[in-house]
Design a protein around this ligand. Structure first.
Ligand code: UDP
Length: 236
């Protein structure tokens, strides 16, 4: 394997874990992702992970239904912890050591996030899952992924999506939508291309962190991206 990337941060949305289900976690989908991550770890790639919570709760959705936004966001952040526990379990069952670090204390369930300790775990070949988002309401796990990727000095941020990159419009609704192979952060922000939210994009831009967006449901794509193949869309 060409050692293109030494350290990556992979952002998986909560929805990706649903597979064919309407909500929750599909065990087969979780295990497939875990297998691909475990294979990368075994080849010596250092892997940090951020997993969303949208398959369980999203603060904005709860607020639209009448709930206080901050409480809703706290529920969303806890949802990311549940998904992360499931991924940690799947990785450990595959023989890949994995630590869970949270932005806020959840007692004995995780380690508190500590950048230096996270880097030491990664250097020792352990996956590290950064759960609980940024720990603050009104943020997203995309912003948490950008932040953690920058903090751990990842070579690249991988955003795993349900389609094969960034399009000029929703490819499911508009057959003329074009897929971009390359984009600048300025274009992504100015054209509101929905790659990630503006906070997350601005953090990447300011810290010169490249981003690659690709379809995680296509088997082998994670490895392709990790070996430097130009799949999906690259934003930099
Ligand atoms: N969240 C938050 N602060 C953060 C990250 C997440 O309040 O730093 C909450 C927010 O309510 C969000 C939910 O957690 O809707 C789940 O995260 P996200 O929507 O990013 O998950 P994804 O869409 O990736 O599944």
């Amino acid at each position: 394997m060409p050692d293109t990337y030494r350290r990556i941060l992979l952002k998986l949305s909560g929805e990706a874990l649903m597979g064919p289900m309407e909500s929750g976690i599909d065990p087969a989908t979780l295990n497939r992702f875990a297998t691909e991550i475990s294979d990368l770890l075994k080849e010596g790639v250092q892997v940090g992970l951020v997993i969303g919570g949208g398959n369980i709760f999203r603060g904005a959705g709860l607020a639209a239904a009448g709930m206080d936004r901050v409480k809703g966001d706290q529920m969303g952040m806890l949802a990311t912890v549940m998904n992360s526990l499931a991924m940690q379990d799947a990785l450990i069952r595959l023989g890949s050591p994995c630590r869970l670090m949270t932005a806020f204390s959840v007692g004995t369930l995780s380690e508190p996030f500590d950048r230096d300790r996270a880097i030491r775990h990664l250097e020792q070949g352990r996956a590290v899952i950064f759960a609980g988002g940024t720990g603050n309401p009104y943020f997203t796990t995309d912003s948490a992924a950008s932040l953690r990727a920058i903090e751990i000095q990842a070579d690249i941020l991988f955003k795993a999506t349900q389609v094969d990159g960034v399009y000029s419009d929703d490819p499911k609704r508009n057959p003329d939508a074009e897929r971009f192979e390359h984009l600048s952060y300025d274009e992504a922000i100015d054209r509101r291309l929905m790659v990630m939210d503006t906070t997350a994009l601005a953090l990447c831009r300011e810290n010169r962190l490249p981003l690659q967006v690709f379809n995680i449901h296509e088997p082998g794509n994670l490895r392709r991206a990790a070996t430097g193949e130009a799949i999906g869309t690259r934003v930099e």
